[in-house]
Design a protein around this ligand. Structure first.
Ligand code: ADP
Ligand code: ZN
Ligand code: MG
Length: 479
């Protein structure tokens, strides 16, 4: 049998840190990057005798996520203790949800080569995050930082409906996009706000039973997830082809070697000794409560995309790219209001801005300038103050040190040269230096004109008005 005879099966457990101001069971702040152990109190440090109180916002955010992913919302839900020992978990148990999660049976739609596909969500539950161990930073030992202990999480568990690393990536991007739109998580993957446990198995095509899966925990980059799935599927196929058996286990993905390593045998639900947390009351939600949350849901990416197709006549591809990110979508709509030129805003976002984001590995949320500044930049091009090549330099400035584009061009002396005398002077100089191009043009080689304009642009450091240059060259060449 060959690789083509196998099918890959993937299910993701996605953890998103909720962007509530305070933790799930105490009033410590949730913000990232503080000095270790400064966002702590007796409750999240698990002092004996303290009692947790559920943060109402956590329930609201989880319900919002459930509604945005087509889930049923449980009117009767509760918190359970999941018992396990790990040094960053001071209580020795995590408060989570076991048999009565807040949301169940939803789905998210992704685009595949064969059209739209629904990826089912088994459940979404709320739980508390653990602290963080910092290894080898101090005298070779490990230090624990409990700032993250008790930060609220939702865990979104998919059914094993994904069939390739590409589908897994699409699904994860879609989830991220939805969570950003409904503003329940900042989804900063590099800060661990969005991370996934990746379950992978393989089976022979046509088999009705799933194969044994392995799990890679806490992955927080699209690239690693795709690489890890491809590697792990390949590894499992090799084992099966050699007549071996897949062990159900937890693996660690190593980015440097590009391989997975065994960490521990997989634990089962029984190992966790779940039981209802006696310190917390049941979570009872009324129909009215759920309807209220539903009413407050913002417009979601799919609907925005549709609107961009109809209202602004964007191409399918551009509408999808822009609407996928709430930050890009907001930038697009607000900058368009400023300059009244949707096509130009679209082009700037899709080409130059996206390229800079890629090159600098920046997320759209980290774009330092605002929609007003982008809108103004486009106005300056549209009214002929600057050429588009100068505008590209202004954009770089906006990324480095955002300020009013008009101030930038004044400060840098980048105003477009539209003075007829000055244009004529450059044109004559370039013609003088390039007799061959004149001959070429007269012999019918249109390309020579483009070359001459390019030389004149170079001479003026991109500041000459290209339209005027073009006209002036033609006028002189015709003589
Ligand atoms: P846990 O990992 O907490 O024990 P589950 O057993 O419910 O939880 O499974 C978790 C994830 O594993 C789910 O996302 C599910 O889709 C996925 N999964 C289950 N069986 C398989 C399989 N055979 N192959 C790939 N993924 C699987
Ligand atoms: Zn606390
Ligand atoms: Mg799991």
């Amino acid at each position: 049998m060959s690789r083509q005879d196998y099918e890959i099966v993937i299910g993701l457990e996605v953890h998103a840190e909720l962007s509530t101001k305070t933790k799930i069971f105490c009033s410590c702040p949730t913000s990232f990057g503080a000095e270790p152990n400064t966002h702590t109190c007796p409750i999240c440090m698990a002092m004996p005798g303290t009692l947790p109180v559920l943060n109402e916002k956590v329930v609201e955010y989880a319900v919002r996520a459930g509604l945005a992913t087509n889930c049923e919302i449980s009117k009767n839900s509760k918190n359970d203790r999941k018992n396990y020992f790990y040094p960053d978990l001071p209580k020795s148990y995590q408060i989570s949800q076991y048999d009565k999660p807040l949301c169940e049976h939803g789905y998210v739609e992704i685009d595949t080569d064969e059209g739209k596909k629904k990826i089912r969500l088994l459940r979404i539950h709320i739980e508390e995050d653990a602290g963080k161990l910092n290894h080898d930073e101090f005298g070779g030992g490990s230090l624990v930082d409990l700032n993250r202990a008790g930060v609220p999480l939702i865990e979104m568990v998919s059914e094993p409906d994904l069939r390739s690393s590409a589908e897994a990536e699409q699904y994860l991007r879609k989830l991220k996009s939805i969570l950003e739109y409904i503003e329940v998580s900042d989804c900063k993957m590099q800060e661990g706000s969005l991370r996934a446990d990746v379950n992978v198995s393989v089976r022979k095509k046509g088999d009705s039973e799933f194969g044994t899966r392995t799990e890679m925990k806490n992955m927080n980059s699209f690239r690693s997830i795709v690489r890890a799935i491809d590697y792990e599927a390949e590894r499992q196929i090799d084992v099966l082809e050699d007549g071996g058996k897949i062990e159900q286990e937890t693996l660690r993905w190593d980015e440097v070697s590009g391989k997975t390593f065994s960490m521990r045998d997989k634990e089962d639900a029984e190992d966790y000794r779940y039981f209802p947390d006696p310190d917390l009351v049941a979570i009872k939600l009324s129909d009215e409560y759920v309807e209220n949350v539903r009413k407050q849901l913002p417009e979601l990416p799919e609907s925005r995309k549709q609107r961009y197709l109809e209202e602004f006549k964007l191409s399918e591809k551009d509408a999808k790219t822009i609407s996928a990110s709430k930050y890009l979508a907001d930038l697009f709509e607000q900058a368009t209001k400023v300059c009244n030129n949707a096509k130009a805003v679209n082009n700037w976002i899709i080409s130059d801005i996206s390229r800079i984001l890629n090159e600098t590995e920046m997320e759209p949320i980290e774009i330092p300038f605002d929609s007003n500044q982008l809108g103004k930049l486009i106005i300056l091009i549209d009214n002929g103050t600057i050429s588009s090549s100068i505008a590209k330099k202004v954009l770089v400035e906006l990324f480095e040190n955002p300020r009013d584009p008009e101030d930038i061009i004044k400060e840098k002396g980048w105003v477009q040269i539209s003075d007829e005398g000055a244009i004529k002077e450059v044109v004559l100089k370039i013609l003088n230096e390039n007799p061959q191009s004149i001959a070429d043009y007269k012999a019918g080689k249109e390309k020579a004109l483009g070359f001459l304009v390019g030389q004149a642009m170079k001479q003026t450091k991109g500041q000459a008005n290209p339209k005027m240059l073009n006209e002036m060259f033609i006028e002189k060449l015709k003589k």
